[in-house]
Ligand binder design. Structure first.
Ligand SMILES: NC(=O)c1ccc[n+]([C@@H]2O[C@H](COP(=O)([O-])OP(=O)(O)OC[C@H]3O[C@@H](n4cnc5c(N)ncnc54)[C@H](OP(=O)(O)O)[C@@H]3O)[C@@H](O)[C@H]2O)c1
Length: 365
């Protein structure tokens, strides 16, 4: 959404603007969450915005209030997507910083799941005489899904002590991601592939199986005009089929980014434990057929990114759900919070396969 300094904003508009602002930190803040902040003056006019720009650097609240005078901040209202932090980490506590200002009110979108912060940021502000409200307490449209999506990996990491897993598939109308000959370049169009490069930047790592490396020799780096980022690629090679070939492969010669080769393991849950131990907090699986379906069958996918091209392969293709079977309608997977978009001739669909709070897989109705 667009808004200019001096515009009057409702609470919902201010929180929506804070969400849009948070997204600007995309690709640079993990393992921290994306956070955005909006400051309105005492009359409800927009004064400033800020976001968390980079891991280890200033938080959104600091960026939003810097440059504002004490006079401007008198009676101001601060809208922030996540509860202001209470603890000193790489940066000082935002709750303590805000508590020093002559502001009237802080409205936060989500409670911080970090036990070092949860409820304590709000308590610091209240103790300083500042009204501190959880957005859901005051809103007609709660924006909960939008707020949760902003920091879904961060929330999952704290709630479940596990890696957030996305599955990206580029497939045909009949859900095939390659011909049985192994040929798959290219099913989807340029616009979809550019979006995949953008998505790669929002996860700590991308992951493929040895079959994909043998078939495609992919680079798996981020080639996008607006993003400069070296990324991590993970290759699952249980029987070491690639060990002697690594130096000749594109993933063995990466200039922009590193490659983690995992041998001797094929159990998806144990692979995720290994990634967690390596400090990886979110991963996007990019195939191929066996790896994608093994993680699907294990019920370990949080978010699906499906790019469907208007082509058909018929029975000469390989499905991304190769090993994944549903025996009854009650067992079918039913992604929620579906969003769709067109990229050139392709249709993109994203949705959640697991409940972010409980981790339960969405099935049946
Ligand atoms: N359209 C797309 O989005 C897309 C994306 C990626 C790939 N592709 C296509 O997919 C094809 C490759 O698919 P693929 O199935 O051959 O390769 P894959 O899924 O990338 O790798 C298969 C290998 O993964 C290993 N593996 C690790 N854990 C496993 C598990 N739990 N279950 C089964 N295997 C496990 C096995 O290695 P071991 O043999 O050592 O046991 C297996 O041979 C290629 O044609 C590629 O072009 C398409």
């Amino acid at each position: 959404m667009r808004a200019a300094r001096g515009d009057f904003l409702s609470s919902a508009e201010a929180m929506r603007l804070a969400i849009a602002e948070a997204k600007k930190g995309f690709a640079h803040v993990s393992p921290n969450p994306l956070v955005g902040c909006v400051v309105l003056d005492s009359a409800g006019r927009l004064l400033s915005v800020g976001h968390h720009e980079k891991f280890g650097e200033a938080h959104a609240e600091v960026n939003a209030v810097k440059g504002l005078s004490t006079h401007e901040l008198q009676g101001a209202q601060v809208f922030v997507t996540l509860e202001p932090c209470a603890h000193e980490g790489k940066t000082p506590s935002c709750a303590k910083m805000l508590a020093q200002l002559p502001i009237d009110q802080v409205v936060y979108g989500l409670e911080d799941p970090n036990p070092l912060v949860k409820g304590q940021g709000a308590a610091i502000l209240k103790a300083a005489g500042i009204t501190c409200l959880h957005y859901q307490e005051m809103a007609t449209h709660d924006l909960k899904d939008e707020l949760e999506e902003l920091c879904e990996a961060f929330l999952w990491n704290f709630r479940h002590r596990g890696v957030f897993v996305a599955l990206k598939v580029g497939c045909t109308l009949d859900s095939q991601l390659a011909l049985s000959s192994g040929e798959s370049k290219w099913i989807t169009g340029e616009e979809s592939r550019s979006e995949v490069h953008r998505l790669r930047a929002s996860y700590d790592a991308v992951l493929v199986g040895s079959g994909t490396v043998l078939a495609d020799d992919p680079r798996l780096d981020i080639r996008h005009p607006e993003i400069q980022k070296a990324n991590l690629a993970v290759v699952i090679d249980p029987s070491g089929r690639l060990t002697s070939k690594r130096d000749q492969l594109a993933l063995g010669q990466r200039e922009l980014g590193k490659t983690l080769w995992i041998e001797g393991e094929r159990d998806p849950a144990k692979i995720l434990d290994r990634l967690w131990d390596e400090g990886i907090r979110s991963v996007m699986i990019e195939g191929g057929a066996q790896i994608a379906s093994a993680f699907l069958a294990a019920g370990l996918i949080n978010r699906l990114h499906l790019f469907r091209a208007p082509v058909l392969f018929g029975n000469q293709g390989r499905s991304f759900a190769e090993f994944f079977r549903v025996e009854s309608m009650g067992e079918r997977l039913t992604p929620r919070q579906i969003q769709t978009q067109n990229f050139g001739p392709d249709t993109y669909l994203t949705g959640l396969l697991r409940d972010p709070q409980t981790g339960v897989i969405y099935r049946g109705m």
